[in-house]
Design a protein around this ligand. Structure first.
Ligand SMILES: N[C@@H](CCC[C@H](N)C(=O)O)C(=O)O
Length: 294
């Protein structure tokens, strides 16, 4: 039987981005890719991202987070999930600590300071974006990641060329388009996610700049498919738009699930993401869930 059987989880969302939070602090347990897929397959614990809390690694931090996509792959960043974890560590009767003030969370991509804005709204410092082709990473050297070469040619969407690429601790490719809602993302998303230029695949964004401080965004997420919102994609998109001179350094990013406020802070180059969280329900994993999952 999986050691995760009967463990408690929280089912949450950040702007409709489905998030399941599992607290494994104080245990040596780890979630395997097969266990993550099994959790995602159950409608009660279904997720776009599973946020697993582990004991802190770096002194002074509050928790280490491992982030799983629906397909069991791992990511270094999840903006919406980080806000959900912050809510859980602040408000949930079993996960909250005694600490007041902000939290310092950590992933394999780095440190994420979080501040509470109101009961359910949090601001996450998502860190500094990276632009070097090998840090995103891309397969081939690119002189300027504001406009990269990709291999995919879509006969019915020939304009989807020369996207921007940005790492927010996870890889993002952003196409600036006239109408972000006009594309069949479930069809073209997987093709672009697996473009040969993207050795670790990428999250694919279609961005429509409405005003210098407002962008409409649709996202196909690596390992999870089309989601109602993606926080790290919103950060990467604002940064890419600002680098191309399409927006300023602060904008509202409107996603199908709602709005995020994103600021690319001038003083230190960090990206701040502010948005809501929602608790849907709590539950425990049924032992039967993991039958066959290693
Ligand atoms: N929804 C997340 C991003 C999740 C990670 C992504 N699918 C990846 O594999 O990098 C967010 O809110 O940032």
């Amino acid at each position: 039987m999986s050691a995760l059987a009967n463990r408690r989880f929280l089912k949450m969302n950040g702007l409709g981005n489905e998030i399941t939070v599992l607290d494994l602090r104080g245990t040596p347990l780890r979630v395997s890719a097969a266990e993550a897929r099994a959790i995602a397959a159950d409608p009660r614990s279904r997720f776009d991202q599973l946020m697993v809390l582990h004991d802190p690694v770096t002194p002074g931090t509050d928790a280490y987070m491992r982030i799983y996509n629906t397909d069991g792959s791992e990511s270094g960043a999840c903006g919406n999930g980080t806000r959900c974890v912050a809510w859980a560590m602040t408000a949930d009767s079993e996960m909250r600590g005694t600490k007041t003030g902000g939290l310092m969370l950590e992933t394999k991509a780095g440190l994420l300071p979080v501040e509470q804005v109101s009961e359910t709204v949090f601001t996450v410092d998502m860190g500094a974006p990276r632009f070097a082709w090998n840090e995103i990473p891309l397969r081939d050297p690119q002189p300027d990641t504001r406009e990269i070469d990709i291999v995919t040619r879509l006969p019915d969407a020939p304009e989807l060329q020369k996207p921007s690429a940005v790492s927010m601790g996870n890889p993002h490719v952003i196409f600036f388009v006239k109408d972000a809602a006009a594309y069949d993302l479930p069809r073209i998303g997987p093709i672009l996610e697996h473009d040969a230029m993207l050795p670790e695949r990428a999250n694919i964004s279609l961005a429509q700049v409405l005003k210098p401080d407002h962008i409409l965004l649709h996202v196909w997420e690596r390992g999870a498919g089309q989601t109602r919102a993606c926080g790290s994609a919103a950060c990467a998109t604002l940064v890419a738009a600002s680098r191309k001179g399409l927006t300023g350094r602060k904008a509202t990013i409107s996603l199908p699930g709602g709005d995020l406020l994103i600021e690319w802070r001038e003083s230190d180059g960090h990206v701040l993401m502010t948005g809501p969280t929602e608790l849907e329900h709590e539950g425990t994993f049924s032992p039967a869930l993991f039958a066959g999952a290693a």
